[in-house]
Design a protein around this ligand. Structure first.
Ligand code: UDP
Length: 330
């Protein structure tokens, strides 16, 4: 590095996944600038050591100044609205924030001479009729505006690659979970399975709602591919280092599925607490079985997950106990 060391811009670095990625980048010795409007994230989640700028990805003037002042060499773009139900109720919000915001960021990144963009995408870009496990060749066809806005950005990035040789990595996350010592899920409202299971374990709720037990799966509950947030952060690091020819979409998943009942069973064992279940109606739009084939990311980027479901639950439970003891903010 010369007299003017470069930085990596992380948008959404005050959120759950973004803040864990910032931790990892700092550990590797990178300089990091976080841009987050705090509409969903928490300022106290931004790791000390990163430069924090409160602002919006759609603010062109701010972006210009930021790219000029911080010698940004690459962008890792997490900032997005990411609630499926909310996207169905207010699609315009999702198009404005996720599509127009991302496009503004991409344009300003290119204007500043950047050539590499790592994008938080989602398994919600896939249609619901693909054979499992899903490869990146599976048909896209989002069934909600959230997935649609992520796919729109992926498509724009692919056209930019063809037109300008722009390098992008669209990481299609499956079910992200787990925690580091300092950072874990803090969603408001919380809708995800593992936080709900641990809330029941901690006595913060009476029981875990099991959202349907009559699916066509071995135990009747839905199967998902759970990925530890630290393994996911590592995928972003590998994307930053990968050659331009590797540009494109990647599933980030383990290839192993667990049912809702299996997750609850494992959580009983890990926490040593009785966790009651309450059978509830299905949640509209939940596919019975969603597991990915991670071969492309393993073979092309050399990604290897270090965690399994037990270590996801152990880390998330430790985080929850520390929150309960008020050692870290709720
Ligand atoms: N789920 C559940 N109870 C909950 C939350 C989720 O049974 O309190 C189920 C949900 O129906 C899905 C799986 O757990 O089959 C994972 O849901 P989550 O919301 O964590 O992630 P998604 O797969 O919807 O992105």
């Amino acid at each position: 590095m010369g007299a003017n060391p470069t930085s990596i811009l992380v948008t959404g670095g005050a959120g759950y996944i973004g803040s864990v990625a910032v931790e990892r980048l700092l550990r590797r010795g990178e300089r990091v600038v976080v841009l987050d409007n705090l509409s969903r994230g928490y300022a106290d989640a931004v790791p000390a050591g990163a430069v924090f700028i409160q602002g919006d990805i759609a603010d062109r003037d701010l972006l210009r100044t930021l790219f000029r002042e911080h010698a940004i060499q690459a962008v890792v773009h997490f900032a997005a609205l990411a609630l499926v139900g909310e996207s169905v109720a207010a699609p315009e919000l999702y198009y404005r924030n996720n599509v127009i915001g991302s496009l503004t960021l991409i344009e300003e990144a290119r204007a500043a001479g950047l050539e590499r963009f790592v994008f938080s995408s989602t398994c919600a870009v896939y249609g619901d009729r693909n054979p499992v496990p899903l490869t990146e060749m599976a048909a896209t066809g989002p069934i909600n505006p959230y997935g649609e806005t992520k796919l729109a950005v992926e498509r724009a990035l692919e056209w930019l690659r063809r037109a300008h040789g722009f390098t992008y990595f669209a990481l299609r996350y499956f079910n992200v979970c787990g925690a580091t010592a300092e950072r874990g899920e803090r969603h408001e409202p919380e809708t995800h399975l593992i936080p709900h299971v641990l809330m029941a374990a901690a006595g913060e709720s009476d029981a875990v709602p099991v959202l349907g037990d009559d699916y066509p799966t071995p135990d009747g509950t839905c199967i998902r591919d759970y990925i530890h947030v630290e393994d996911l952060a590592e995928a972003h690091i590998l994307a930053l280092d990968a050659p331009p020819e590797a540009s494109g979409p990647y599933n980030v998943a383990t290839g192993r599925g667990y049912s809702v009942r299996e997750v609850i069973g494992a959580a009983r064992r890990i926490t040593g607490r009785p966790i009651r279940e309450k059978i509830c109606p299905r949640r509209p739009g939940d596919p019975p079985h969603l597991v990915a084939d991670p071969k492309k990311i393993q073979e092309t980027l050399g990604w290897r997950p270090q965690h399994d479901l037990d270590s996801v639950l152990r880390s998330a439970w430790a985080f929850k106990l520390r929150q309960a003891a008020r050692q870290i903010p709720k």
